[in-house]
Design a protein around this ligand. Structure first.
Ligand SMILES: Nc1ncnc2c1ncn2[C@@H]1O[C@H](COP(=O)(O)OP(=O)(O)OP(=O)(O)O)[C@@H](O)[C@H]1O
Ligand SMILES: [Mg+2]
Length: 609
């Protein structure tokens, strides 16, 4: 591992950051999370600096002549002008390797001694971690069983899979040649029990020399990990959420935003996706949310069962928690820490879903730091570079062919919640994110107020991903057609509702009134889906069957209208049928086909031929 490895960490106990031979500067100005220092000769932008006598961790974010401006990721109270500052000579890294899964970190990858440090009311004690201490991201002592997959003499490249470590009961962690290594020949590689820093073998570059191979590697968080090339996003991230998969699906490797006002269901949706989406690994960043909301995540996640295999969900999850009572600048770091961990799993060939709740708190951190830097403010006080920062984040989503020459692909799907003040989507964070995301799940305050959940607005939401082909090939060939029909019906219902509001329902034809009946059925029986209980995950085949049946009923009603039968009579005749349609979600998976066929047969028998 690189030199800058803090020598603090023989074991994961707290240790004070050591003094090195690195240049010492002096603080000349201290204001909240931002300090200025003189005398850090040779320091580079984005080097990590240790600030003050307690050696708080910070990052150099501006260099101007003699003055280095540092944003500090720990509480800076007590830091004074005249205090020392050290340049560590290295950027902010994360440690990557076995042991990541199941971890709970703060924004700079220090493991949070999570639950033990909650007070009796379940509120995390602040600060989580004492100031000025180094906690390694990965346990340095824990031994892992490494099984070599390659043999001496084999050709290897950056990203080549050397072998595997079983992590937890279900995850096979692939150990790769670091992306910074050259290609070469494997000199030696031995299966066995190793900790993340022990040497498992050596690589011989073509030009000579010997490079050590280990289970762990590091990567600077602000730099995307390299890959071979991007692939078109053509496969959905199946979520089991009907309104998402059926109407506004997201591609694996895509990016979605969930903007919504206070209490509209952003967190519940992010968590439902973390639990149910078809991802190998989930990275969940709780960014600047209230401490108690994050506590819910910290207490609930470890108890969640993984629907994939029945084990704990944490076995394929990394949590990053950065609550509103933690230092504001660390929110920025937490986003990049999470991204880098996600990319590391992508490089193993995994499909990773990264949830960030809420990106608005990160935006606020940018605004606060920018304010302290006295930069020229852009819209609503956000820095002018807000849009480019967000672009830098969302661009790290993607399905890629990974390094390693083994034709593997992996993906990082980004799902960012946005909390516009007052639920007003015209504000800069929502607008800038909107341009970057391929999917927009707009949460609607009125729907949430009526307890229509998920409160995703089917009129204003959209997706740019073309996934009909996948659903047609893998679920049912009529998927695209049903989807288009449902969208048209909901759109028309919306327009008719507006007319009804203006002039009453008398103005509507029988056909239009039939459409309103089915529109309502579609909303209540199909679009509504509780994140809690048996309906929380709906497999695509069931989504299709439900929608098909509801639209079949609509066709029957329309046939009666065309045949001249009064709608009222048709509705009376089919009251019981509508009740059954209203409860389609309850049909058990085991008998779904038979039950659905029975209802459709009843509709066929009833409708005019
Ligand atoms: N899919 C859902 N199924 C059932 N209930 C839901 C769903 N989504 C949201 N809710 C309800 O809405 C409440 C608020 O949701 P949530 O906490 O996710 O909102 P939020 O947008 O994250 O709020 P905040 O702005 O405070 O962060 C939940 O406690 C829950 O009762
Ligand atoms: Mg929330």
């Amino acid at each position: 591992m690189p030199e800058n490895d803090p020598p603090s960490s023989r074991n994961p106990t707290r240790q004070r950051r050591p003094l090195g031979n690195t240049p010492v500067g002096v603080i000349t100005h201290a204001a909240g999370p931002v300090v200025e220092a003189h005398g850090l000769t040779g320091a580079l932008l984005y080097h990590v600096a240790w600030v003050g006598r307690e050696r708080l961790i910070g990052e150099i974010i501006r260099l101007s002549g003699e003055i280095a401006t540092i944003q500090v990721y720990e509480d800076t109270s007590g830091v004074r002008v005249g205090d020392p500052v050290w340049d560590t000579g290295a950027p902010l890294w994360v440690e990557l390797g076995p042991g990541l899964l199941g971890s709970i970190y703060d924004g700079v990858q220090r493991p949070l001694p999570a639950l033990a440090e909650m007070d009796p009311a379940g509120v995390p004690r602040a600060p989580y971690v004492a100031r000025g201490v180094s906690l390694p991201g990965l346990d340095r002592e824990r031994k892992w069983r490494f099984e070599a997959a390659l043999a001496p003499g084999d050709h290897v490249e950056p990203g080549s899979v050397l072998g595997t470590v079983a992590e937890g009961q279900f995850f096979v962690h692939r150990i790769m040649v670091p992306p910074t290594y050259p290609a070469g020949t494997l000199a030696d590689l031995t299966s066995g029990e190793y900790n993340i820093r022990q040497v498992i073998g050596h690589l011989q570059p073509a030009g000579g020399g010997r490079l050590p191979l280990r289970l762990g590697q590091r990567w600077p968080v602000r730099q995307g990990r390299p890959f071979r090339h991007r692939l078109d996003p053509a496969v959905p991230l199946v979520t089991g959420q009907r309104i998402i998969d059926m109407l506004f699906p997201i591609a694996r490797g895509g990016a979605a935003i969930i903007p919504g006002g206070f209490g509209t269901g952003k967190t519940v949706t992010e968590q439902a996706l973390a639990k149910w989406a078809d991802a190998d690994v989930v990275v969940y960043i709780g960014c600047g949310e209230r401490g108690n909301e994050m506590t819910e995540v910290l207490t609930e996640f470890p108890q969640l069962e993984d629907p994939k295999h029945g084990g704990p969900l944490m076995e394929r999850t990394v949590l990053i928690a950065n609550t509103s009572n933690m230092p504001v600048a660390a929110r920025e770091a937490s986003v990049y820490t999470g991204l880098t961990i996600a990319e590391y799993f992508r490089d193993q060939g995994c499909h990773v879903a990264l949830m960030a709740d809420s990106t608005s708190r990160w935006g606020e951190a940018l605004r606060e730091v920018s304010g302290r830097l006295e930069e020229m403010p852009g819209e609503e006080g956000y820095p002018a570079y807000l849009a480019s920062r967000l672009a830098g984040f969302y661009e790290r989503a993607g399905t890629v062919e990974v390094l390693g020459g083994q034709d593997r692909s992996g993906s990082v799907t980004l799902i960012g919640a946005v909390s516009p003040p007052g639920g007003d989507f015209s504000e800069p964070m929502t607008q800038s994110s909107l341009r970057l995301a391929g999917t927009f799940w707009a949460l609607n305050v009125n729907l949430a107020r009526r307890r229509h959940f998920p409160s995703i607005d089917w009129i204003t939401s959209f997706t740019h991903y073309q996934l009909d082909g996948w659903f047609a090939a893998n679920v049912d060939s009529s998927w695209p057609q049903l989807r288009a029909q449902a969208q048209k019906l909901l759109q028309e219902e919306h327009e008719l509702e507006e007319i009804v509001q203006l002039v009453g329902s008398d103005a509507l034809s029988e056909r239009e009134r039939a459409l309103l009946v089915v529109g309502r059925l579609l909303r209540e029986a199909f679009l509504q889906q509780s994140a809690f209980g048996g309906d929380a995950f709906c497999p695509p085949a069931k989504q299709h069957a439900m929608l098909h049946t509801l639209l079949h009923y609509h066709a029957a009603l329309e046939a009666f209208v065309r045949a001249g039968q009064s709608l009222e009579i048709s509705l009376q005749d089919s009251e019981d049928m509508r009740r059954r349609l209203g409860r389609l979600r309850e049909l058990p998976d085991e008998t779904l086909d038979a039950d659905i066929s029975a209802i459709n047969a009843d509709i066929d028998r009833w409708k005019p031929s």
